[in-house]
Design a protein around this ligand. Structure first.
Ligand code: TYM
Length: 332
């Protein structure tokens, strides 16, 4: 039996990925390379939906590639590529827009949240059509599994709806994908405000943990992480959202179960626990950060990996685009 296809994407919108990106998504990307046919995409076109600086976009695309490699994505096992280097994404994106209702797109909560910040009139049209481009990213590769964080669940549902509708109307064309979303860790919270998700676009910055930040910076952030009333280290998302978030982070990186951690810190208080989380995070990312910075020194090598990935992605994407056009009645 042929291997199941996996696809996911990440935006190059920051110099560093944050802990939420890693725990909610990229950690699963690395695991799913084994035994699957994995395609991972740096979605630079999605990054254009907000104001961008050309020099920064270029730098961050390369930094994203370096981080993915340092985090364990292997170009031998996975196809790592840049979205804009595969024009079929835009071509299928248009078809996806033509298959989506305006009302359906208007219900996307990420668009509502992001556009409400400066008013819907100021939002780019690309921010509105963003989920349809994401549907194209997924469907072009006939993907079975899409490893993402909780915040992408609604976009995957939309993708499934569009794919099902297209198949019913025009004949079997797309694999219906499934989200691969963790039960624990699919939503990592800001460590200063554990009721909001950790995010590069919101929050104060002091609650955001960037994996490329210097160890001293992250040690300090964890030591001042917000805790909850009481002094017991116990997983309880309602009464103790701060401690629960830190337990989730510790457990995902140390490999210890939450109940083992509760037992280990029984009677020890928040200070000791926070120091332990800080150490686990910093030591986990120390070699990864060094490796990413080293990879960034050889731009030609990074570009070669991305070009090779994009070439492979184009051939898979073209086959899906052709069958889509054929089923639609486009003259080929
Ligand atoms: P992006 O670039 O915002 O985030 C990349 C991945 O990180 C996850 N994530 C989180 N997980 C847990 N806790 C958090 N606080 C947290 N913050 C972010 C996201 O869920 C995501 O999986 N629309 C996508 C990019 C995309 C895509 C695709 C994904 C474009 N095309 C096709 C999958 C398939 C996004 O904005 O991710």
């Amino acid at each position: 039996m042929s291997k199941k296809r996996v696809l996911s994407g990440i935006q190059p919108t920051s110099d560093s990925f944050h802990l939420g990106n890693y725990l909610g998504a990229v950690k699963q990307w690395v695991e799913l390379q084994e035994g699957h046919d994995a395609f991972y995409c740096i979605v630079d076109l999605h990054a254009l939906t907000v104001e961008t600086d050309p020099a920064l976009l270029r730098k961050r695309t390369l930094m994203s590639a370096a981080q993915l490699l340092a985090l364990g994505i292997s170009p031998e096992k996975s196809t790592l590529f840049v979205q804009s280097q595969v024009p079929q994404h835009n071509q299928l994106g248009w078809i996806m827009e033509c298959m989506t209702g305006f009302g359906e797109a208007s219900r996307m909560t990420q668009f509502k949240d992001k556009s409400s910040k400066s008013g819907a009139d100021a939002a780019r049209v690309g921010l509105f059509t963003y989920p349809m481009l994401m549907a194209a990213d997924i469907l072009l590769y006939q993907s079975h599994l899409v490893p993402v964080g909780e915040d992408q669940r609604q976009h995957i549902e939309l993708t499934r709806d569009i794919a099902g509708r297209f198949n019913t109307r025009y004949g079997q064309t797309f694999q219906i994908p499934e989200g691969f979303i963790l039960k624990q860790g699919a939503k990592i919270y800001d460590i200063q405000d554990p009721t909001s998700k950790m995010s590069k676009s919101s929050g104060s910055g002091s609650g955001l943990i960037d994996i490329l930040d210097a160890p001293e910076v992250n040690l300090k952030k964890f030591k001042s992480a917000v805790t909850d009333a009481g002094r017991e280290v116990k997983f309880d998302t309602i009464e103790k959202p701060g401690i629960s978030n830190l337990l989730t982070i510790h457990s995902a990186l140390s490999g210890k179960s939450i109940s083992d951690l509760e037992y280990e810190f029984d009677g020890k208080g928040y200070g000791d626990f926070k120091a332990s989380v800080a150490e686990v995070v910093v030591e986990y990312f120390r070699p990864i950060r060094a490796h990413a910075l080293e990879l960034l020194e050889d731009e030609a090598h990074l570009l070669a990996i991305l070009h090779q990935g994009s070439e492979k992605a184009r051939s898979v994407a073209q086959a899906t685009l052709e069958s889509t056009y054929k089923n639609l009645g486009v003259v080929l």
